[in-house]
Design a protein around this ligand. Structure first.
Ligand SMILES: Nc1ncnc2c1ncn2[C@@H]1O[C@H](COP(=O)(O)OP(=O)(O)OP(=O)(O)O)[C@@H](O)[C@H]1O
Ligand code: SF4
Ligand SMILES: [Mg+2]
Length: 385
């Protein structure tokens, strides 16, 4: 077996396929319900490390060759607000084209925001430039979707992982870089002797480990993961997810985890945000979103997840969404989901629903008391995997 393969299969397949079972503190509660309530109780998360406020990204649509004139804009992200807390994972889900990657690029300052603010430890990074921006960038890193195209095929693994040190030599002085890269290879479960190999000499899972090592190189506090396991086999996905969870505990990292796969997002996330057409439709803890969704779009997304257990499947109501996703260049008035929503009323076309805790659930212990951008937010029993 090649060395590369050996390393990939180092994790027991059975263990890899099983979600990480972390030790849960014993809860001194009289009944099972009390124990569950205690575990689901709202936790004090402290100060947010990242605060996103009314973030907007409009890509101009232009016409003409010599004299370009703007004829409209793709409203890829259109007024999004959320917080990220130290040490947590915030999952972001939503259909293709809803703006997830654009949010990631805005947070990385790879795209310039059209409007809005992103506060990192209280400082608006959308207004920074030069050295101040470089200092912030060091603390916010990204892991990309496709480990096949995101690594330069002509660079050795050592150069790929060590490249960020060129921009931030203060993290690892020249003489210490080789040792530091080997340490990073070890941290992500790769043999430090692979330092001189090229990306094509690794499997997909191993390449994603290289991407993660590069993301860790500058000791960041936040890692934005845009579909980090979507291009990998299911068993390799579990290995990479387990690695990411281990690294999060070890280095107290905060993750923004963007993915299509709702079960993976639930497994890794503390909180989940659901995006639709450039807006946040609903945001809450994993239990609130998966077991008590109040936004019709979230309910439809969850009901589309295949349920393997035939008994749970029986009598299950599937919500079939009709109509295409509208163009982000010309979104519907009022609620953006109204053209596909089975509950839509006149009000939905006239008034934009704000992302807020629905009034009737505010100040209650109900799991429905989380932010939802729907005029008629209410719980609906959705059976899903
Ligand atoms: N540079 C750009 N210029 C013009 N439009 C863009 C640009 N980048 C993204 N868009 C548009 O913005 C919208 C959101 O794109 P984005 O890549 O953020 O979606 P996404 O949610 O990440 O989708 P996917 O799940 O397919 O990765 C899409 O309509 C896309 O076509
Ligand atoms: S505001 Fe109206 S259209 Fe939008 S999700 Fe709620 S019920 Fe549906
Ligand atoms: Mg994307």
């Amino acid at each position: 077996m090649a060395d590369a393969e050996k390393n990939e299969t180092a994790v027991e397949p059975a263990a890899a396929a099983t979600p990480n079972v972390t030790e849960v503190e014993t809860v001194d509660a009289a009944t099972e319900e009390e124990a569950v309530a205690a575990l689901e109780a709202k936790v004090d998360r402290g100060e947010p490390i990242l605060q996103v406020r009314n973030l907007v990204k409009h890509f101009p649509l232009t016409q003409g060759i010599l004299f370009k004139r703007q004829i409209g804009a793709v409203k890829a992200v259109d007024g999004i607000s959320f917080d990220l807390y130290q040490g947590e994972t915030l999952g972001i889900v939503g259909e293709s084209g809803c703006g997830k990657s654009t949010v990631a690029k805005l947070l990385m300052t790879l795209e310039t925001a059209t409007a809005g603010e992103v506060f990192y430890k209280g400082q608006d990074i959308t207004k920074l430039s030069g050295r101040a921006l470089r200092a912030v960038r060091r603390n916010i890193q990204m892991v990309f979707q496709d480990p096949y195209t995101s690594l330069n095929p002509r660079m050795t693994v050592g150069d790929i992982i060590g490249e960020p040190f060129e921009i931030h030599p203060e993290v690892a002085p020249k003489g210490d870089r080789r040792r530091r890269v080997q340490e990073l290879l070890d941290v992500v479960g790769l043999n430090p002797e692979y330092i001189n190999r090229y990306p094509h000499q690794f499997s997909g899972g191993q390449r994603q480990r290289i991407g993660i090592a590069r993301g860790l190189a500058l000791n960041p506090e936040i890692i934005i993961c845009d579909e980090p396991v979507s291009a990998l086999d299911v068993s390799v996905q579990a290995q990479v997810i387990n690695l990411m969870e281990g690294l999060q505990d070890e280095f107290n990292l905060s993750y923004i985890f963007i993915a299509h796969d709702l079960s993976i997002v639930r497994h890794i996330s503390d909180r989940v945000g659901v995006m639709y057409l450039g807006k946040m439709a609903e945001i809450g803890s994993d239990t609130e979103i998966y077991d008590h969704p109040t936004h019709p779009y979230t309910q439809a997304l969850l009901s589309a997840v295949p349920v393997p257990d035939p008994e749970s499947r029986e009598g299950r109501e599937r919500i079939i969404l009709t109509g295409d996703v509208p163009s982000p260049a010309n979104p519907p008035s009022g609620c953006r989901f109204r053209t596909r929503c089975w509950k839509a009323e006149d009000k939905c076309a006239k008034e934009i629903p704000l992302l807020a805790i629905p009034e009737r659930f505010a100040n209650t212990d109900s799991p429905a008391a989380h932010e939802s951008a729907c005029h008629f937010a209410e719980e609906k029993d959705v059976v899903h995997a």
